[in-house]
Design a protein around this ligand. Sequence first.
Ligand code: DAK
Length: 261
Amino acid sequence: MSFVTCEVQDRVAVVTINRPEALNALNPDVLADLKAAFEGIDQDEVRCVVLTGAGEKSFVAGADIGSMSTMTKAEGQEFGKLGNDIFLFIETFPLPVIAAVNGFALGGGNELAMSCDIRLAAENAVFGQPEVGLGITPGFGGTQRLARLVSPGMAKQLVYAATNIDAAEALRIGLVNAVHPADELMAAALKLAGRIAKQAPIAVRNCKRAINEGLDLPIEQAVELEERLFGDCFETHDQQEGMGCFLSKDKPKPKPQFTNN
Ligand code: DAK
């Protein structure tokens, strides 16, 4: 049985990590199923992904401490690579991914949420990198993505002191985009995903690449990247339909399938 489900409706895929009895903790099987779920998404049909955890308590309570407790150095490195590969795969997945954080997002859970494009949190969500309390460093990109998303000083404080924060504090420091009552979180995530799904898909994909890849470049190269991705939109159905309909005051008709032209 898979630990991860994927359901598609109205061009939005909802990927759910389904191991609620362990608060959706990530063991090697869950990570493999998560990768398979993303690989299985039909990128011609789907326009946006929502990632969440099963149950009312937890998004993901971290890497599975039971599986990690007996790992050798070599196994630890292998496990770190497995997680890092899948988190990078999600970060660079062509479609936008929204994390609907419905409870604990600790350790690998916070790292997974940070590899998504947008984070929406339930009011009961709790974020943190508790690894130093377990005698390890964050291993799935936590030291890197947290420092980039918030500030280096705030990331260091949270990581060094293993401090958990609530959703309001996560919003204040810019770790999440918005906070919703728990029973409204999925509706909010689906509403945002639906709005993204209605936009021109080539342009949305190019925007994701421009923002992600540009962040690691000096500004001169970053704007060149933007120029290339901007130019890439021209002569596509989306650009001709989008601009043509603006000029003729019509509603743009999306192409039924995604193609690169
Ligand atoms: N791993 C395994 N099981 C977990 C788990 C986890 N991270 N978190 C919760 N569970 C399990 C509990 O053991 C319990 O199972 P049973 O005892 O019922 O069998 C069940 O989920 C319910 O949990 P609790 O009974 O503890 O529920 P509470 O509401 O009382 O407490 C809690 C919820 C989230 C505060 C507590 O469960 C907790 O503190 N959990 C651990 C949170 C944590 O420390 N997470 C960070 C894990 S470390 C690396 C690769 C990866 C990583 C690091 C390095 N390399 C290879 C370089 C990543 C590390 C981490 O993520």
